[in-house]
Design a protein around this ligand. Structure first.
Ligand code: PBG
Length: 328
C-alpha cells in the first residue's frame, strides 16, 4: 500500500464490535405509548389511518394495559374522546370524564405505569379548536387558561402522574403550575409541548381523537414549520414558567429542533413521533415497499441521536418487543 488508509471498517466488521461502539440506542425506558379512551361498552375501535392503534372503552382497557405491563413499557400518554362536546369543552374536567375514569382503571392494573395526560380542549370542544372562541372565531388565550387548569387538576385528582399541556396557549405552563401548587400538587411534573408545530403530520391523530377543527386551522397558536429560533424562545418561556420536561413535536421533520433544544437546555427532552410519521411507515410496509421493523428502529434511533431522552410513539409496543428479544 503506497499510502496509509484509515481503516474505519475495522470497527464495523461484525455485530459484536458494532454493538460495542454504538453511540445511541433505544431502550424501554425511553418509550411513552399514546392511548385513546372512549365511553361505551366492549369497544376496541380500529383507527383506519393508524393500523394497530385502537380507541378503547373502559371495560376493554385492561387488555391493553396488561400487554403494556407484560412488555414493561414505563409510560402512557392519555387522550380522551368524550360523549358530549360543547363550546367550552366542559366534559374535559368532569369528575367521571372519559380520561378521569380511565386513569383509575389503569392504575388499578399497573400501578407503576407513569400515567401522563394530554391537556387540551380540542377533543372536548364542538368547534374542535384548542381553546375558547371569541365572537370572531379566534381563540381567546387568557380565557382558555382557566379551562386548561381545571382540566389538569381534574386529571391529577383522578390519579395521573404527569400533565402534558398541548394547546399552545401563551402562559399556560405557569398558570397550570400555580393551580396545581395551590391545590397541593406541587410534586406533579409538567411535560410541556413547548415547540409544537402546526403540522400536516397530525392528520391521522385527528381521526383517532375526533378533533379536527370545524373551521380554519391551528396556525394562529401552533408554530410555523419554517421557524427554528422561535422554538428556543418557546422553550425558554416554558422553563421559566416551571416546565419539568420539554417536548418537541413532530419529531422527524424537526430533528434539527430536537438537537437545538438539547444543546441549549438542561432539562429532559421528549420528542413526539406523531401519527402521520407512524402511518407513513405502516402504509409503505403494507405495500411491501419498506421493511417495517428496520425502518421503525432506524427512525426511533434517529430521534435519540438528535438528542431526545424520551419518545412518545405509536411504535412503543412493537419496539419493546424487539428490545426484549434483543434483536436490537
Ligand atoms: C391536541 C393534540 C394533537 C396531537 C397531540 N395532542 C393534535 C393537534 O394538535 O392537532 C397530535 C398527535 C399525533 O399526531 O400523533 N392538541
Amino acid at each position: 500500500m503506497a499510502f496509509p488508509v484509515t481503516r474505519m471498517r475495522r470497527l464495523r466488521s461484525n455485530e459484536t464490535i458494532r454493538r460495542m461502539v454504538r453511540e445511541n440506542s433505544v431502550s424501554l425506558n425511553d418509550l411513552i405509548y399514546p392511548l385513546f379512551i372512549i365511553f361505551g361498552k366492549d369497544q376496541k375501535n380500529p383507527i383506519g389511518s393508524m393500523p394497530g392503534i385502537f380507541q378503547w372503552s373502559h371495560d376493554r382497557l385492561p387488555e391493553e394495559i396488561n400487554e403494556l405491563k407484560q412488555l414493561e413499557i414505563p409510560a402512557v400518554m392519555l387522550f380522551g374522546i368524550p360523549e358530549c362536546k360543547d363550546a367550552l369543552g366542559s366534559s374535559a374536567w368532569e369528575e367521571h370524564g372519559v380520561v378521569q375514569d380511565g386513569i383509575k382503571i389503569i392504575k388499578d392494573i399497573y400501578p407503576d405505569l407513569m400515567v401522563i395526560t394530554d391537556v387540551c380542549m380540542c377533543e372536548y370542544t364542538d368547534h374542535g379548536h384548542c381553546g375558547l372562541l371569541n365572537s370572531d372565531g379566534s381563540v381567546n388565550n387568557d380565557a382558555t387558561l382557566d379551562l386548561l387548569a381545571k382540566e389538569a387538576l381534574s386529571h391529577v385528582e383522578a390519579g395521573c402522574d404527569m400533565i402534558a399541556p398541548s394547546d399552545m396557549m401563551d402562559g399556560r405552563v405557569g398558570y397550570i403550575r400555580r393551580h396545581l401548587d395551590n391545590n397541593g400538587y406541587e410534586n406533579i411534573p409538567i411535560m410541556s409541548y413547548a415547540a409544537k408545530y402546526s403540522s400536516g403530520f397530525y392528520g391521522p391523530f385527528r381521526d383517532a381523537a375526533g378533533s379536527t377543527p370545524g373551521f380554519g386551522d391551528r396556525k394562529s397558536y401552533q408554530m410555523d414549520p419554517a421557524n427554528a429560533r422561535e422554538a428556543l424562545r418557546e422553550v425558554e418561556l416554558d422553563i421559566a414558567e416551571g416546565a419539568d420536561i420539554i417536548m418537541v413535536k413532530p419529531a422527524l421533520a424537526y430533528l434539527d429542533i430536537i438537537r437545538e433544544v438539547r444543546d441549549n437546555i438542561n432539562l429532559p427532552v421528549a420528542a413526539y413521533n406523531v401519527s402521520g410519521e407512524y402511518s407513513m411507515i405502516k402504509a409503505a410496509a403494507a405495500q411491501g415497499w419498506l421493511d417495517e421493523e428496520r425502518i421503525m428502529m432506524e427512525v426511533l434511533t434517529s430521534i435519540k441521536r438528535a438528542g431526545a431522552d424520551l419518545i412518545i410513539t405509536y411504535f412503543a409496543k412493537d419496539a419493546a418487543k424487539l428490545i426484549h428479544n434483543s434483536h436490537f
